[in-house]
Design a protein around this ligand. Structure first.
Ligand code: HEC
Length: 412
């Protein structure tokens, strides 16, 4: 059985009218990281190098500060360039906190999703041809798939898990169309390659074609924990031979978090223009806090270990508090992160939430972390975890409201 439909709040899958006036998605120019990068390219402040074999990929990843260690490989035919993707020619995805990149060997374009703090997901392609003036072209065709019930009704990110045949064509009745940190590992990674250790826990990665799935039913985990994909696919031209299990888990947390931030943004903007307040959005904001604090994260039943070095790299991005603690530190034994509060709390998308919404979320977060809030939704977070997250945020998150500061004890 697959996990029941996940719900963040009532109506979470409804389409938001983002093409209408308040958001005006199509009419509004992006000021996100790709748009800003294009301006730097145009002004000649950065130069990209074109490689005859791999195109702009490596030069671009370096310029955008996206680690090749973040590489994951998806072979299900799901893309505007679907005919190019197959188990023998998977699509490589790379990501950082605000950009997702898709690269397929031999494909005419690279694909990009950026996170614009106000617009949410914005989509681009870049032609894989040598030129002095590389141009990212905004492409709204992508919304056909990237704005639906599966992206919380806003332009956003998709991560799915479906069984595929040996060509990578998905079997629509067998899947989870919205994978995030709540999805049990057993249901993840249909249509994806996975490298890394996960003990005896099963998943659907590295399998395609009827025979393979049949075999997996008789002998769960028959492929074992794969440290290398050598026996399955030739990855000579790829940036790395990995589809790192830890990078996959972070990607899955992040994609849904970005969709949620966009949804919160849009809803707050619409509510403010209609009612000048956000009081009707309280349960949505609590849903957001639940996701931010990983309250319904699927527990890990075995130790998880990656292969690409991503799990060593990611924590170095910080920020750290005086005790060396960071929201990016991994646990990987019982859960993903040691201090379960999303690092995207440091993102521009969070900071640029409409003021009333940001203030409300920070007030609720403070109530939860200080133990003032006793609602059952957050009861599962141990007191010492709340305290640690509170301390880390106090030290590392700039511009918190004054009441977040440590109160001086009165007394002699
Ligand atoms: C036919 C449906 C479809 C279309 C059209 C499509 N995508 Fe996607 N895309 C997907 C799916 C599905 C995934 C998730 C991968 C998976 O789980 O199979 C995805 C994932 C991605 C990702 C990685 C994670 C994310 O969601 O940000 C990027 C980047 C991306 N697509 C970019 C694009 C761009 C750019 C376009 C338009 C040029 C586009 N896609 C058009 C279906 C589509």
């Amino acid at each position: 059985m697959l996990a029941a439909a996940q719900s963040d709040f009532q109506g979470a899958t409804h389409m938001v009218p983002f093409e209408e006036d308040t958001i005006s998605y199509n009419q509004t120019p992006s000021t996100g990281p790709i748009a800003r990068f294009q301006s730097r390219l145009d002004r000649g402040e950065v130069k990209l190098k074109f490689d005859p074999q791999t195109g702009w990929r490596d030069s671009l990843l370096a310029a955008l500060e996206i680690s090749p260690k973040s590489q994951t490989l998806v072979f299900s035919k799901t893309s505007l360039q679907r005919e190019r993707i197959a188990p023998q020619n998977p699509r490589a995805l790379f990501f950082n906190d605000e950009i997702y990149v898709g690269w397929i060997p031999g494909a005419p374009v690279m694909e990009f999703t950026e996170v614009d703090a106000k617009l949410g997901g914005v989509f681009y392609t870049l032609e894989q041809t040598a030129t002095d003036k590389p141009k990212f072209v905004r492409n709204n065709q992508c919304l056909e798939c990237h704005a639906s019930a599966k992206t919380m009704g806003v332009p956003g990110h998709l991560i799915r898990s479906f069984k595929t045949d040996d060509q990578g064509i998905i079997d629509l009745i067998t899947g989870v169309s919205e994978v995030n940190h709540r999805t049990p590992l057993e249901d993840r990674w249909g249509g994806w390659y996975v490298t890394g250790a996960h003990g005896r826990v099963t998943h659907r990665g590295n399998l395609y074609g009827k025979a393979a799935f049949q075999k997996a039913e008789e002998k769960p985990n028959f492929l074992g924990n794969l440290a290398s994909l050598k026996k399955l696919v030739d990855l000579t031209d790829y940036a790395s031979p990995h589809s790192d299990i830890v990078a996959l888990m972070v990607l899955e947390h992040e994609a849904h978090m970005h969709n949620f931030l966009t949804r919160l943004h849009y809803e707050a903007q619409m509510a403010l223009s209609r009612y000048q307040h956000i009081r009707y959005l309280r349960s949505m904001a609590d849903g957001f806090l639940k996701y931010l604090l990983f309250t319904e994260e699927t527990p890990l039943k075995a130790k998880v270990k990656g292969t690409s070095g991503y799990s060593d790299y990611f924590p170095t991005l910080g920020p750290k508090d005086a005790k060396g603690r960071s929201l990016r530190q991994f646990d990987l034994e019982t859960r993903l992160f040691k201090y379960p509060c999303s690092y995207l709390i440091y993102s521009e998308s969070f900071d640029l939430l409409p003021k009333l919404m940001r203030e409300h979320v920070l007030q609720r977060l403070h109530d939860i972390l200080t133990g003032k809030d006793t609602s059952p939704e957050f009861a599962s977070i141990p007191a010492e975890t709340r305290q640690a997250i509170l301390e880390i945020l106090r030290e590392t998150k700039p511009n918190l409201p004054a009441y977040w500061r440590v109160e001086k004890r009165a007394g002699p």
